[in-house]
Design a protein around this ligand. Structure first.
Ligand code: AMP
Ligand code: ZN
Ligand code: FE
Ligand code: FE
Length: 279
């Protein structure tokens, strides 16, 4: 049975490899199906589609949407939506702007602590991709404030260091609806230690389709727990490496943290139903 990796980032958001480099790497690792799931953008997917077309790799439309859940930020994966759906593209462009103003707020907090950093520098660091905290971390390293991204997150950028981050992301209910309305499947990303049992139920109550069971942050007992949760709630099981390139920690999971391609069939079937395509 072939291997699939349904969670990969590129330079279109905070990954370090280009979309084309991802396709080449996927070929090298003999992956049959992959999905590029950049933060709030499908630009990486659109670019990679051309390269994938000349290979045997099947590239699924994918995205990792940031949304508001219980007063904090959450990640929701979307698969097999229509990449030309106007409403969906509008949501992504709204979130691109939300990311930029959020980085403005974050850099303001850092300036209040005496660090010299501004939004424009961080935007340049993202080189046209969607901005995120990893780009702030890179700037802090360049300026000598910290040695590593990990240190940047612990001292300045992590949820604990920043407190509730000011942002304008849509709610988790609306994020699920947006993915489904565009004919896609909505999957909760890396639940890990992020949610209580009651909180997991909330996602199911508003129509979640699937849950990411296989992820580098999940140990065996987490996988077991989320598998049981998926079975109990009739959710599709997905997984992937959450590869960001460059970063040694995540680099080692490309090609190894994968799921079997038959899980992907369920996503495709659901999407065909939603788009009204006969199965
Ligand atoms: P943002 O999109 O701005 O919320 O940034 C979230 C991203 O930052 C995640 O997708 C990871 O790539 C990265 N990240 C989160 N926590 C850490 C951490 N402790 N160390 C390094 N990178 C992190
Ligand atoms: Zn990321
Ligand atoms: Fe994530
Ligand atoms: Fe991710």
């Amino acid at each position: 049975m072939g291997k699939a990796d349904l969670h990969i980032h590129t330079t279109a958001s905070d990954g370090n490899l280009s979309p084309d480099e991802i396709i080449d790497l996927a070929q090298k690792h003999d992956l049959q199906i992959i999905s590029i799931t950049d933060h709030d953008t499908i630009r990486g997917y659109l670019t990679a589609r051309k390269r994938a077309g000349s290979t045997d790799i099947e590239l699924l439309p994918g995205v990792e949407i940031t949304c508001a859940f219980n007063g904090r930020e959450s990640h929701l994966l979307g698969y097999c939506f229509d990449p030309e759906d106007d409403d969906f593209l509008r949501l992504l462009s709204q979130h691109k702007k939300a990311r930029l103003s959020r980085i403005g707020w974050i850099t303001e907090q850092l300036r209040n602590q005496g660090l010299e950093i501004n939004r424009e520098e961080v935007k340049a660091e993202a080189a046209g991709g969607n901005v995120g905290r990893p780009h702030v971390a890179s700037m802090l390293i360049k300026k000598g404030y910290v040695q590593t991204a990990q240190e940047a997150f612990i001292r300045y950028l992590g949820d604990q260091a920043l407190g509730p981050i000011e942002s304008n992301y849509i709610s988790y209910e609306d994020a699920i609806k947006a993915i489904k309305d565009a004919g896609g499947a909505a999957v909760l990303a890396h639940p890990g230690v992020l949610y209580s049992d009651e909180e997991l139920e909330k996602w199911v109550d508003v129509g979640l389709d699937g849950i990411e069971v296989i992820h580098p942050s999940h140990n065996y007992s987490a996988q077991k727990k989320f598998n049981a949760f998926a079975e109990h709630n009739d959710l599709i099981v997905t997984g992937g490496s959450d590869f960001h390139g460059g970063n040694k920690h995540y680099l080692k999971h490309f090609g190894t943290v994968t799921i079997s391609v038959n899980n992907v069939e369920k996503i495709k079937r659901l999407s065909r139903q939603r788009k009204g395509i006969s199965v």
